[in-house]
Design a binder for this molecule. Structure first.
Ligand code: NAG
Length: 729
């Protein structure tokens, strides 16, 4: 029993948005850092009876309308006693798909919380609609008469006949025995020397990553490079029907729409297991997605072992109740007081290298990212523990070497996630020594297993407010003629991208950071993740950066952030700062080549109309280089929750990243643009809906079972269910 009669206790809890005031003079609520708060009794607290309950209403800024806002693992700490968890919101997503369905058939109980304001028109996906939708989809799968895979090939012609594989098939053995071969049940194919040989022919006339597949009396696969051969075999496996042991006869000519077809996974906020990442890589491969942007460090965690700097992972890989942060980082994001939970952890060098190889075998490039100079709290705190240790050992010089704190910097700021100590100082040498040390270790890890690092993402987002009162920065600004502290982000980017380029590696960064730089001062090749919203400056920034000659990867949050809810139902998990909902249909109907143009009107799901910022026309030879789906993990503690958020939106992403649909060509610039806007004439709208039906049917019959096979959670019923504009999504 805890001594509630004493005033010597506190309840710690996470709340995404800071709490402004509470209504009781018996308690104080203090913001500690980030989302961590403490509720403590004041001298007016006189105790309460055993089993009594007490309500303490408090006011926050905003965001209090969905289950995600009720962060779990409130815990109480009292005197010398071990912390104890006193409240834990039930995790919404369980590990079996059956159970995952349950929250959505449960009665919709909280209509009063659903609308954010009187004007909020977000469509409601209630249980009945979801259920109906699933039933309809299953019934409509017969509608697709042509063989179909995801993503849809550029061109295909089917004869209508099938080829029986009674005599077996000879496929390259390594493909058959791979995890992918097993996923497609190919290992059940009778393999014999007499089986039909898949004839593999290299051909320089085929496009990069492309292939041509002829299935007739023989099977011929022509390709230019090994990626093309791999994708051709994936297609063949996707067409194989194990029930009839046959393949459809026909010809496919295929090549990707974008070179860069990416997924961003944040394992920094909440750690996610290597096993999960491997399953994700399998699914990416079969969807022909080829880049994994792995977000390995942020304020709440450092997830990659760096030889020589053990504190980064010994301290920075864990959150637990230690407000001094000498043993671990403090609790955040509802991680509770204990070290031993799945949100904690990191990848050892060996595990990371195994992932690199696993990805390379599937023609996937891993793009490591250790976000800097903002979002760097885990690094700063871990390296401070190291500093203290070395100082105590009398090793002053070594202690200073990689120290990330300038003690004289008295700047008071609050980052977007409410930290006041999370930004590397771009004006001290030890910052760059640290960056170079980390980068050289990462490069060495890649080299040691023969998977050279090609791209490195420096982060560079969200740095506002820091350095204003840093003496080192004041001196540097004077020396460099920099007039505002914010522009130091540009200075940091220039220096670090030069280091990255010097290693023979392409540097990537988020677009808000890149907007602080003078392009002339950067290496020629820059990879820019554009994350402005479509209704504000996303399209404009994408065009400007593409015109600069950079590799623009569209990471538009209102369509491509998969940490947002599928629908605006309060039981749906996820953040919603850029949109209340993004369902799979919205991703499917995204037209990355047709971003809104000058003065176009964007309509959001709340019925609001925005005039999109004046756009810059794209120069003739400029275009987006790729698209990427983002999964940030602040709200996603379990692997199963991440999986639920990714699938099946990832299938829709793959469809648009690989295949440009005919109906996209019918879009006329200047019309209203938005998540549910009808951009076309009726004929093209019908064409789009038919395409969607075919896609959705293929998803249900061909692709969701592969997720089940790998015990990967997905959203059921798929994909979303909004009965609006005559379309279910
Ligand atoms: C943005 C942050 C990111 C965060 C995400 C959540 C970027 C580039 N930056 O504020 O750290 O996790 O939103 O949706 O997205």
């Amino acid at each position: 029993p805890l001594p509630f009669e004493s005033n010597n206790w506190a309840i710690y809890f996470s709340n995404t948005k800071p709490i402004q005031s509470d209504s009781s003079d018996a308690f104080d609520i203090t913001h500690i850092n980030g989302d961590l708060h403490a509720l403590t009794p004041t001298k007016n607290f006189t105790g309460f009876e055993a089993d009594a309950s007490l309500e303490i209403p408090f006011k926050g800024t905003f965001w209090s309308i969905s289950q995600t806002d009720a962060t779990p693992n409130y815990f109480i700490v009292s005197g010398e006693l071990e912390p104890e968890i006193i409240q834990s919101t039930q995790e919404q997503v369980n590990t079996s798909t059956e159970e995952a369905y349950l929250p959505f058939v449960a009665e919709f109980k909280r209509p009063e919380q659903y609308k954010r304001s009187e004007q909020d028109n977000s469509p409601l996906a209630d249980a009945e609609h979801l259920y109906q939708y699933y039933q309809n989809l299953q019934a409509s799968t017969a509608a697709e008469s042509q063989p179909r895979i995801i993503p849809k090939p550029a061109q295909s012609n089917w004869t209508g006949d099938t080829m029986s594989l009674d005599k077996g098939l000879q496929l390259p053995a390594d493909f058959l025995s791979s995890a992918l071969g097993k996923l497609f049940s190919l290992e059940s194919l009778p393999l014999s020397q007499t089986g039909l040989l898949v004839q593999l022919n290299q051909d320089d006339d085929i496009a990069k990553q492309g292939y041509q597949l002829d299935i007739g009396d023989t099977i011929q696969l022509r390709y230019r490079d090994t990626a093309g051969q791999f994708y051709g075999l994936i297609t063949l496996a996707g067409l194989y029907d194990p029930d009839s042991n046959s393949l459809p006869k026909g010809q496919i000519q295929d090549q990707p729409r974008y070179d860069f077809r990416g997924v961003h996974l944040d394992v920094a906020r909440n750690f996610h297991s290597k096993t999960f990442i491997e399953k994700l890589l399998d699914q990416m491969a079969l969807l022909k997605l080829n880049k994994l942007h792995l977000h390995l460090a942020d304020d709440e965690g450092w997830r990659l072992e760096i030889p020589g700097l053990p504190e980064l992972t010994d301290i920075g890989g864990y959150r637990c109740f230690d407000l001094t942060e000498r043993r671990c980082l403090q609790p955040q994001l509802g991680s509770g007081p204990f070290k031993d939970t799945s949100v904690n952890g990191y990848l050892s060098v060996t595990e990371y290298q195994q992932l690199l190889q696993y990805a390379a075998e599937r023609h996937i490039e891993i793009i490591p990212s250790l976000d800097m100079p903002g979002h760097s709290r885990a690094a700063i705190k871990s390296m401070e523990v190291r500093y203290q240790r070395l100082m105590a050992e009398g090793k002053t010089e070594q202690a200073q070497r990689y120290r990330l704190v300038e003690p004289e910097d008295k700047t008071v700021y609050s980052s977007v996630q409410y930290y006041n100590d999370n930004t590397l100082n771009p004006c001290i040498d030890s910052t760059y020594r640290f960056v170079e040390k980390v980068l050289s270790e990462v490069q060495a890890m890649h080299q040691a297993v023969g998977v050279p690092i090609q791209r490195y993402h420096i982060g560079a987002d969200e740095t506002e407010g820091a350095w204003v009162d840093s003496p080192a920065c004041q001196a540097l600004m004077q020396q460099q003629g920099i007039n505002e502290a914010d522009k130091l982000t540009g200075y940091f980017i220039e220096k670090v991208t030069a280091t990255v380029a010097g290693m023979g590696v392409t540097a990537g960064a988020w677009s808000d950071g890149l907007s602080h730089v003078d392009a002339q001062k950067l290496p020629e090749q820059i990879h820019a993740n554009v994350w402005g919203t479509l209704y504000w400056d996303g399209a404009k920034t994408a065009h400007q950066m593409a015109n600069t000659g950079w590799d623009v990867v569209l990471s538009i949050p209102d369509v491509l952030y998969f940490d947002f809810p599928y629908s605006a139902h309060p039981d749906e998990p996820g953040y919603y700062w850029a949109t209340r909902s993004t369902d799979s249909f919205q991703v499917f109907q995204f037209m990355p080549d047709n971003l809104p143009v000058h003065a176009e009107i964007w309509r959001d799901r709340m019925g609001n109309a925005f005039r999109v910022e004046d756009n810059t026309p794209l120069q003739d030879d400029a275009r987006a280089y790729g698209i990427q789906g983002q999964l940030w993990s602040e709200t996603l503690r379990l692997d199963s929750q991440v999986s639920y958020m990714l699938f099946p939106r990832l299938h829709a992403l793959a469809e648009r990243a690989w295949h440009k649909a005919d109906w996209e060509l019918a879009y006329t610039a200047g019309q209203s643009y938005g998540p549910d806007t009808n951009y076309f004439d009726q004929a093209h709208r019908q064409q789009q809906l038919a395409d969607w039906q075919g896609f959705a049917g293929t998803l249900v019959t061909g692709y969701l079972p592969l997720l089940t096979q790998q015990e990967l959670m997905f959203r059921l019923p798929p994909p979303g269910a909004v009965i609006e504009h005559g379309v279910l999504s």
